[in-house]
Write a protein that binds this ligand. Structure first.
Ligand code: NCD
Length: 394
C-alpha cells in the first residue's frame, strides 16, 4: 500500500515514535545519507506561500541524495488559468516518485492522494490540517521535554484557521496530553477537531475561565477549553456555574503560539478581543516558568522579540528539526524503511444523500471534478471526508 500522509491520523503512535527515533539517528550524521534515495524524484507543489515547509522538504530530499522539482508560485502554475487540482495532480504525479502538496483548499491533499499513483504528503490544506508540522512539533517537544506522554500544553492564538493546532491537538491527545485551548477572540478550535478528540476513549472537555492570571492576560476571565483525560479534569459543576481554572497552580510544559491567519478570515470571522503578546512578563508567571515556547512560524507579532534570547524560546530549534524529521518521513513514504504500522481510527462508512457546504473545501470549490463523499463514524454526524466539516442532507 502506498504511504500517504494526509492527516496526522494516517500514522499510528508507533510509527510517529519510530520516525522520531530515525530522525535522532539521522541528526547525528546529517551529511551521511546522500546515498539513501538515489535517483528518487520529489515534486513539491506549493500553491500557497511557504518558506520553512517547502525548503525543509527540499533540503531533506537533497540530503537523502534524491532530486526535486518545484512549483512554488500559484500565479505561475496552471491553476491560475483555471486548471483543476485533479488534472494538475494527474500530470505532476506522472513525472515524479512522490508529491508534497500545499493548497489553500481543505481536503486538497486527500483528493491528491486518491488520484496519485505515488505517495502524497500534505504540507498544509487550507485551514484543515498540517501533519508534517505536527511531526516537527512533536519531535521538538520530545527533544525539549525529554518525553511526549502526559504533557500539559497551552494552545494559544488563532485556533480556528491555524491548521497546525488541528493536527497537533489530535496527536497530543493520543499521547495523554491535557490541552488548554486559549483562543484569540472567537477563533476557537473548530468543531471537527473537538468532536474528534472527544470521540477517543477516556477524553473529556470542560469550558473553563482562567480568573487568576489578570497580570498575564491583562484582563479578567479569559475563556478556555480544557481537553484531556477525564481523570485529570475537574468535576462538572452541577449548578451550571462557570468552572474556574486555577492556571497558577498548574505546571505548563509548553505553550504553542500561533499567528492570526488573516488570509483565511472572511468578513464574518473576526479576531475579536485580543490576546496579549507573549513577552518576558508573561513568562515570569509561575505556570510558565518551566515551559518551552513553540510556534510553527512565521511569527508576526505574537511573541516579543525579547523572548528570542530566553532559553525557553524553542521555536527556532523547533524549525531546525524540520529537516531530520522530514528526512525520516521521506524515507518511510518512499518505502526505504519499514516502521511499525497500525491503524489509528475506524474508517468512516460512506453515506449517500449528503453534501458538503464548506466554501473552503476542495469538494465545493472544484465541485465539477470532485465527487461528494460524506462519511459516518459512530457517535458522530455525517461529515465531508475531505474537510471533515458537518455535511448537509440533500
Ligand atoms: C504554518 C502554516 O503554513 O500553516 N506555517 C508553517 O508551515 N510552518 C503556520 C502559519 O502560516 O501561521
Amino acid at each position: 500500500m502506498k504511504r500517504d500522509l494526509v492527516t496526522i491520523d494516517d500514522v499510528s503512535d508507533e510509527t510517529l515514535l519510530s520516525l522520531m527515533d530515525l530522525a535522532d539517528k539521522i541528526r547525528k550524521n546529517l551529511r551521511g545519507h546522500a546515498a539513501d534515495l538515489p535517483g528518487f524524484l520529489m515534486g513539491s507543489l506549493f500553491l500557497e506561500p511557504s518558506t520553512r515547509t517547502r525548503l525543509s522538504f527540499e533540503t531533506a530530499m537533497l540530503r537523502l541524495g534524491g532530486r526535486v522539482i518545484t512549483s512554488s508560485d500559484p500565479l505561475t502554475s496552471s491553476s491560475s488559468k483555471g486548471e483543476t487540482l485533479l488534472d494538475t495532480i494527474r500530470i505532476v504525479d506522472s513525472y515524479v516518485d512522490l508529491l508534497v502538496l500545499r493548497h489553500p483548499a481543505a481536503g486538497a491533499a486527500r483528493l491528491a492522494a486518491r488520484a496519485a499513483r505515488g505517495p502524497v504528503i500534505n504540507a498544509g490544506d487550507g485551514s484543515h490540517e498540517h501533519p508534517t508540522q505536527t511531526l516537527c512539533d512533536l519531535y521538538a517537544l520530545r527533544c525539549e521535554r525529554g518525553k511526549l506522554r502526559d504533557l500539559n500544553v497551552v494552545l494559544y492564538g488563532d485556533l480556528r484557521f491555524g491548521r497546525t493546532t488541528h493536527s497537533l491537538a489530535r496527536a497530543l491527545i493520543r499521547f495523554g496530553a491535557s490541552l488548554i485551548a486559549v483562543a484569540q477572540g472567537d477563533l476557537e478550535l473548530p468543531d471537527f477537531v473537538v468532536r474528534d478528540l472527544l470521540r477517543r476513549p477516556g477524553i473529556g472537555a470542560r469550558r473553563v475561565v482562567v480568573d487568576d492570571m489578570e497580570d498575564v492576560f491583562q484582563r479578567r476571565d479569559v475563556k478556555a477549553l480544557w481537553i484531556g483525560p477525564e481523570s485529570r479534569l475537574p468535576a462538572r459543576p452541577s449548578d451550571g456555574r462557570r468552572l474556574p481554572l486555577e492556571l497558577r497552580d498548574r505546571m505548563v510544559d509548553a505553550i504553542y503560539v500561533t499567528r492570526l491567519q488573516k488570509e483565511r478570515m472572511s468578513g464574518a470571522a473576526t479576531a475579536g478581543a485580543g490576546l496579549p503578546i507573549l513577552d518576558h512578563r508573561f513568562l515570569q508567571s509561575p505556570p510558565f516558568r518551566e515551559c518551552v515556547v513553540l510556534h510553527p512560524l512565521p511569527r508576526v507579532q505574537e511573541i516579543a522579540i525579547e523572548v528570542d534570547s530566553d532559553p525557553r524560546a524553542a521555536y527556532f530549534r523547533q524549525a531546525a528539526l524540520g529537516v531530520p524529521i522530514r528526512m525520516a518521513l521521506l524515507l518511510w513514504a518512499a518505502g526505504a524503511v519499514e516502521l511499525p504500522d497500525g491503524l489509528v481510527l475506524e474508517a468512516p462508512k460512506l453515506v449517500p444523500g449528503y453534501a458538503c457546504e464548506n466554501p473552503g473545501c476542495i469538494s465545493v470549490l472544484e465541485r465539477g471534478s470532485v465527487p461528494q463523499e460524506v462519511g459516518l463514524r459512530s457517535d458522530d454526524d455525517p461529515r465531508c471526508l475531505y474537510c471533515e466539516e458537518r455535511a448537509r442532507e440533500t
